[in-house]
Design a protein around this ligand. Structure first.
Ligand code: ADP
Length: 474
């Protein structure tokens, strides 16, 4: 299903969306390609002429209608997420709440776009800075948060007065269809939002090469982000990139160990570790590493793995066969490099005759820097424990050569907490907090983890251009 210029479009070319917990087909959907992308961009460009002239209050009212419709359908939306992505239903419900929260927040922010007047250097001049929408935005979203990544981009874009063409991940297009049904029923003007589902490279290359697309906003892997940036260079687009991460979580000897264990559980096993801010490396002070490992393994081995639609499941499947293969290879490599598997360490055997991609939540003690897992993003439920001797050493090791999205540390020492805040080279730092993400805060990374921010007032700025005006009264 495609949605272009306010109409649903079916094509001959189709794709089967499958449930990663069972391998079963959930729905067969239409795909589009180059032709539909060109059409969608043209319609978004037309729609921008009027949409940019709407008031913040008008745009706010549209967004509020979408909020209302999504609230009414929240159970169905959560079920759709679980079916196509695999995450436990409770987590899918949190995602729906967060997706709605973005729309709700930017419905308010739409009314709060300000400019500046500057003191002139000449008595007859008036100097002003006004802020205007960037134009047509191309948004590309991943499968790990199939609903909230969409609204995190579309809500601020619409609030700012931009129009949008969206390409969701092919693994999880149904959440996108459901949110677009809400846009349709909220009677957003034709062409303001457009949905393209299909071959990523075909749609992506039209989006990046079109001079009519003025901004590209992407959440996904670093290699694809780099490609999109390169391809957008010829038309010099504005860009927001939320890319990969390799989050360290540091536990100092003065930390509350139980809290830190809980911190790893929350930041490692949610979404089966398939989150760009998931902990990838746990650094524990040498003196407490054995105790910490035992406690973490004890809790981890109690996690229930299975189909996210069933009650009591904590960890769902990985998204596909390749994701499972990567996790298996990293754990084998860790074993070959003298890592000790404290729990898990293998594909989960759920005694089912269907084809899910489950891996047991795993804790690896004695991790070291020779292991692939020390530098390569895992995107799976595996927690490797490294040890360290002192603060300077762990800062040096925690700062990654190329990634800089999220980092966490646990300590009871306030001075140390403040030093870590300064020294950790990451866009997001959680101190005694492994769940720092909130709507009002800027989400985004440094280095090859990306550029630009999403969330809060910062997220809106990404969709606005500053225009400087000098008016002479002479
Ligand atoms: P992952 O490996 O986790 O699936 P990707 O970066 O490949 O991460 O995918 C994130 C999003 O980027 C998805 O919507 C995917 O379809 C899209 N994508 C992948 N390759 C391209 C491409 N060449 N051009 C545009 N979008 C792409």
């Amino acid at each position: 299903m495609l949605y272009i210029n306010g109409k649903w479009i079916q094509t001959e070319n189709t794709f089967e969306v499958t449930n990663p917990a069972t391998g079963e087909t959930i729905e067969t959907i239409s795909l589009g390609g180059k032709e539909e992308t060109i059409e969608a961009i043209a319609r978004a460009k037309d729609a921008f002429k009027q949409w940019r002239k709407t008031t913040g209050n008008q745009r706010s009212n549209y967004l509020k209608k979408v909020v209302q419709l999504m609230n009414e359908r929240s159970d169905m939306l959560a079920e759709t997420i679980t079916k196509e992505n695999g995450k436990p239903l409770a987590d899918a419900k949190s995602e729906v709440a967060s997706a709605i929260n973005y729309l709700d927040w930017y419905a308010e922010e739409a009314k709060r776009i300000y400019g500046d007047t500057l003191s002139p250097s000449h008595p007859d001049k008036h100097l002003m800075v006004i802020r205007q929408p960037v134009g047509v935005c191309a948004a590309i979203t991943p499968w790990n948060f199939p609903l909230s990544m969409i609204t995190r981009k579309i809500a601020p874009a619409l609030a700012a007065g931009c129009t949008v063409v969206l390409k969701p991940a092919l693994q999880t297009p149904l959440s996108a269809v459901k949110v677009f049904e809400c846009f349709h029923e909220a009677e957003l003007p034709e062409g303001v939002v457009n949905l393209l589902i299909g071959a990523a490279d075909e749609i992506g290359s039209e989006m990046t090469s079109s001079p009519d697309v003025r901004k590209i906003t992407f959440t996904g892997s670093t290699p694809i982000g780099k490609k999109l940036l390169r391809d957008s260079a010829s038309t010099v687009k504005k860009a927001s990139m939320e890319l990969g991460g390799h989050a360290p979580l540091i536990v100092f000897e003065d930390a509350d160990i139980d809290e830190a264990v809980q911190g790893v559980m929350q930041s490692k096993f949610k979404n089966s570790g398939q989150t760009c801010i998931s902990t990838n490396r746990v650094y524990v002070a040498e003196s407490i590493a054995d105790e910490f490992g035992e406690k973490l393994a004890e809790k981890t081995s109690k996690l229930q793995v299975g189909n996210g639609l069933q009650d009591g499941i904590n960890v769902g499947p990985l998204i596909n066969e390749n994701a499972l293969k990567k996790v298996k290879e990293q754990v084998e490599d860790a074993r070959d490099n003298n890592g000790k598997v404290l729990c898990g360490g293998k594909e989960a055997d759920l005694n089912q005759d269907v084809n899910g991609h489950f891996y047991e939540p795993t804790v690896i003690q004695y991790a070291n820097d020779q292991m692939r897992i020390a530098t390569e993003e895992t995107f799976g439920p595996v927690a490797p424990i490294f040890t360290f001797k002192d603060e300077d050493e762990v800062i040096e090791r925690a700062n990654h050569d190329s990634y800089g999205l999220a980092a966490y540390c646990f300590t009871q020492d306030l001075g140390r907490g403040l030093r870590m805040m300064q020294e950790l080279d990451y866009g997001i730092v959680g101190i005694n907090d492994s769940l720092p993400i909130v709507i009002q805060a800027p989400f985004g990374g440094v280095k090859e983890s990306g550029m630009g921010k999403e969330g809060g007032k910062y997220g809106l700025e990404e969709y606005l251009e500053e225009k400087y005006v000098s008016l002479s009264t002479k």
